[in-house]
Design a protein around this ligand. Sequence first.
Ligand code: KIV
Length: 309
Amino acid sequence: MPAENQSSHAPVDPASDAPRPYGGAAAPGDAGTGDPTAPQKPPRTPARIRTVHLRRFKEEGRRFAMLTAYDAQIASIFDEAGVEVLLVGDSASNVMMGRSTTLPITVEEMLVFSRSVVNGAERALVVADVPFGSYEASAQQAVETGVRFMKEAEVHAVKVEGDASMAGHVRAMVSAGIPVMAHVGFTPQSEHALGGYRVQGRGDAAARVLADARAMQEAGAFCVLMEMVPSDVAAEVEAALDVPTIGIGAGPATTGQVLVWQDMLGMTPGRLPRFVKRYADLRSTVSAAAAAYAEDVRSGAFPAEEHGF
Ligand code: KIV
């Protein structure tokens, strides 16, 4: 777990601190000596990924990754792996707390998950979802909730679900100094209102996704996340906006992509949405290890001599 690291919190001058992919090659436009035998300058990396860097990724045609995280250990693993953005999603309600929707999770519960992720991440930008019922009533409520996340959990930004009708709330939050990632398209907090998990923006509804995204950008959102939107519609939105977009079930054109880590690493049982790619089968690994441990305990094979004092 990273200890308090002053340098990771030091201000980064965006002009002198061009973001580079972790361990990656220099970005387009880097001068170089022209001498292929000369020692290569190591890529410069920012001490902390900030919203300004995501904007620059888009301008430079580079992509970035976001994964959900809910605790300090996983946050530190993803941070070390070079994932640029960690999302403390209200999907914690499902994957951490075993509920069937995101709706019941509270601000207090989200603050615990958020604080934990901040404690584990040295370099990633940490964004927290403001949960259902904590921001919709008024711009003032949205500002008050956003301030709690920035002050009590010390996240770097919050994510707000909603269509253009939430733009005023987002504007007020941004004016109060709260960086906002907007979430349009399918918004899980509205799953009952939307009639379940459904792709948004098909046919004539495409214009609405674009209008929502534009409204959020105009309100000051630094990034727009699109969930379950047809790939061609997401591509149109990415092209129309100056700010970067992030997709989940929105095709390949967005600047960033996000997945829920338990889906991506094979912890989630059962059928997964088609937009998920599974990169590991941790459920089988953990299950086999737990069964082996239990068997060792039952047989007396654990603890052995070397495990005692
Ligand atoms: O809560 C969450 O994890 C999310 C992602 C699915 C984008 O909002």
